[in-house]
Design a protein around this ligand. Structure first.
Ligand code: CAA
Ligand code: NAD
Length: 311
């Protein structure tokens, strides 16, 4: 009897959990991160809606997903081109696009926000979404540096709020940082972890501290590289060569900054410098500020620390 009850309970809780599993995901922001998150969610069987500010941006977002899927399929289905094509078209079919965020969250089990790294803009968005989304919808931010709590506070669902911090390029990088605030319920946190597993990412649990784990170490390292060059101690190229060949990093700090986006790097540093003015690791950099002011944001604009061929 005890065994029966235990089995029933287990069966009930498994099916109840399955019923509540995250199936429909709305990704707000179809830039480099949002497109990657949408892609990975779609290839792992989720229905995805991407929201951005214009049809034009959304078309670019879908095109970049298509290109990236081709790279994945080329490797995954090297021996079977037909299966590769099916993989691509099934994933693309699961992704729809929208410019109206409120309309896009009506069926969402989860909203992942990946818009510009600006607290006011993120809060404005979540205030609107909180009114439009169903009760059960979980909200998550992919912020690189902002406190999840400060974003979540504008909603009435802090228990259904957390952080999902992905890494660029999302289809390749295996890590997902899952962040909880004190108000995040166990159920929400478990669902976010389960979602990470469903995306075939390795998850690490993070507290809501600046930069979580990776960026708390990575961003000061990248900023320190800029300061080294600002002092005239080495060239950008030599620093990159040194860190790749001497420390085994896949990209040097300047290549990586261009890859991440210099605007995002600046938003992160400025935010931390304002909050922690006495920490020299977070000091803004004149060189970075100048490049951003000139619109040289890295690969996405065709020039950052280095020039790139226009896409
Ligand atoms: N989509 C799909 N596949 C991709 C891809 C994409 N966007 N980008 C690369 N790939 C695949 C390629 O198809 C290739 O696959 P094969 O090995 O099967 O051919 C593989 O990844 C390697 O790519 P490349 O040969 O083009 O180039 P690479 O060997 O130099 O690798 C890289 C590219 C994976 C980006 C590598 O340089 C790397 O790991 N760089 C460091 C990235 C990193 O540190 N990211 C974290 C940034 S910080 C962050 O994200 C947090 C934040 O908040 C700022
Ligand atoms: P991005 O500039 O490539 O894309 C941002 C997108 O958001 C743009 O397409 C923009 O049009 C859109 N957007 C801006 N405001 C919007 C709004 N109110 N509603 C809908 N769409 C809006 O930036 P990204 O690199 O994808 O970064 C997005 C977020 O992810 C940031 O918070 C960033 O800190 C974080 N992040 C970035 C990286 C990285 O390596 N670039 C890595 C992890 C996390």
């Amino acid at each position: 009897m005890a065994h029966f009850v235990k089995t029933c309970v287990r069966r009930f809780s498994t099916s109840a959990m399955r019923e509540q599993a995250i199936k429909c995901v709305t990704v707000i922001g179809g830039g480099q991160m949002g497109a990657g998150i949408a892609q990975v969610a779609a290839t792992t069987g989720h229905q995805v809606v991407i929201v951005d500010q214009s049809e034009d941006i959304l078309a670019k977002s879908k095109a970049s997903i298509h290109k990236s899927l081709q790279r994945v399929a080329k490797k995954k289905f090297a021996e079977d081109a037909k299966a590769g094509e099916a993989f691509i078209s099934e994933a693309i079919d699961r992704v729809s696009i929208q410019t109206d965020a409120s309309n896009a969250v009506g069926n969402a089990d989860l909203v992942v926000e990946a818009i510009v790294e600006n607290i006011d803009v993120k809060r404005q968005l979540f205030t609107v979404l909180d009114k439009a989304a169903p009760q059960h919808t979980i909200f998550a931010s992919n912020t690189s540096s902002l406190p999840i709590k400060d974003i979540a506070e504008c909603t009435q669902r802090m228990d259904r709020f957390g952080g999902l911090h992905f890494f660029n390029p999302v289809p390749v990088m295996k890590l997902l940082e899952v962040i909880r605030i004190p108000q995040t319920s166990d159920e929400t946190f478990d669902k976010l972890l389960a979602f990470g597993k469903a995306l075939q990412k390795t998850t690490v649990n993070c507290k809501d501290t600046p930069g979580f784990i990776v960026n708390r170490l990575l961003v000061p390292y990248m900023a320190e590289a800029v300061r080294l060059v600002e002092r005239g101690d080495a060239t950008t190229r030599d620093v990159d060569t040194a860190m790749k060949l001497g420390a085994g990093y896949p990209m040097g700090p300047f290549e990586l900054s261009d890859y991440v986006g210099l605007d995002t790097m600046k938003f992160i540093l400025d935010g931390w410098a304002e909050k922690y003015p006495d920490n020299p690791l977070f000091e803004p950099s004149a060189m970075l500020n100048k490049l951003v002011a000139e619109g040289k944001l890295g690969i996405k604009t065709g020039e950052g620390f280095y020039p790139y061929k226009k896409k």
